[in-house]
Design a protein around this ligand. Structure first.
Ligand code: BDR
Ligand code: CA
Length: 310
């Protein structure tokens, strides 16, 4: 099994991502760390605890992390996930029987990496602040990271501004450090791909009828779905973060190409944008793997099969 830590800001699609990990015997979810992002850090931590309670995984430690970006003040939260981060339905999830771990996120990450017998996969599916702090505070632990499967960035434009995707935009300086670290293998799952792989309303209906937990997850989606209906003009919703976890569970389910990247850190209108150097791809070995394609029907089948069996 693949030891996995999810760094997250739940968030509707984050909840689906946690559920997909919990539903997959290929991975051993050894920890969850939380970060500011979709909603306040207090709410992302509470939501992570609630989602794990729903999944019957209160054995997984949850540690609270960064409350603000590395350099510039928190630019604000996402409107897509409702006021409580789960479309206003967080209270439909079971009350957690525990609080967060007493360690902060970076300490939990460090402890888990140190204790791991083999390198650990980390799936950062929120702003990259905790991961940047980890790499800065404990550079010697890089070799304990198998790979980072990051949801973030847009190759051809963004969602929170015309060029920036939300997770990178929340903390561009952190994203730059993480994505440009030459010693950590990164697979980047950008919003271009996750939006193309959006699930339909009928997929959601199938999941809701498959199991009680499936129905609870679908119950968290109304505000989020409304946002995507408005933006995309279709009855679909992008499960960005769950697509990244699908790649962890089934490596290769996303087709990748390798490109050098950078993140725009100026304070101007390009802030938080992902810069992908698409020149001379074949001649190069450096860079990170960017997910560019998938068989969406197969991905949807896979996610439904797993989530529906919970
Ligand atoms: C990303 O931003 C958040 O709103 C989602 O949870 C996802 O991680 C998509 O841009
Ligand atoms: Ca997220």
């Amino acid at each position: 099994t693949i030891p996995l830590i999810i760094d997250t800001d739940p968030g509707v699609d984050d909840a689906f991502a946690l559920a997909l990990a919990a539903a997959s015997p290929e991975v051993d979810l050894i920890g969850v760390t939380t970060v500011f992002g979709n909603v306040s850090p207090e709410l992302t931590t509470r939501n992570a605890l609630r989602v794990l309670a729903l999944l019957g995984r209160e054995d997984v430690p949850v540690a609270a992390g960064a409350e603000r970006p590395l350099v510039h003040p928190n630019p604000g939260v996402s409107s897509a996930h409702g006021a409580d981060g789960l479309s206003g339905f967080a209270s439909t999830l079971p009350e957690p029987s525990r609080g967060p771990d007493e360690r902060d996120a970076v300490t939990l990450l460090k402890d888990l990496l140190e204790a791991a017998e083999r390198p650990v996969t980390i799936a950062p599916i929120g702003p990259l602040t905790n991961i940047a702090l980890l790499l800065a505070a404990h550079p010697g632990l890089r070799h304990k990271i198998e790979r980072l499967v990051v949801m973030g960035g847009g190759v051809r434009g963004g969602n929170i501004t015309s060029v920036a995707e939300f997770n990178l935009w929340c903390d561009p300086e952190a994203a730059r450090r993480v994505l440009a670290d030459p010693e950590v293998p990164v697979t980047l799952v950008p919003m271009d791909l996750t939006t193309r792989a959006a699930v339909s309303v009928s997929w959601l209906a199938e999941l809701a009828s498959a199991s009680e937990i499936g129905a609870k997850l679908v119950g968290l989606t109304p505000d989020y779905l409304a946002t995507y209906r408005r933006i995309l003009g279709r009855d679909v919703m992008a499960l960005h973060d769950a697509v990244a976890v699908a790649e962890v569970v089934r490596p290769g389910i996303l087709r990748v190409r390798r490109f050098p990247v950078d993140v725009e850190c100026s304070l101007g209108p390009g802030r938080g944008g992902l810069l992908v150097d698409e020149r001379l791809e074949s001649a190069r070995r450096e860079g990170i793997d960017i997910a560019v394609d998938t068989d969406a029907a197969d991905l949807h089948r896979f996610m439904l099969e797993r989530l529906g069996a919970l």
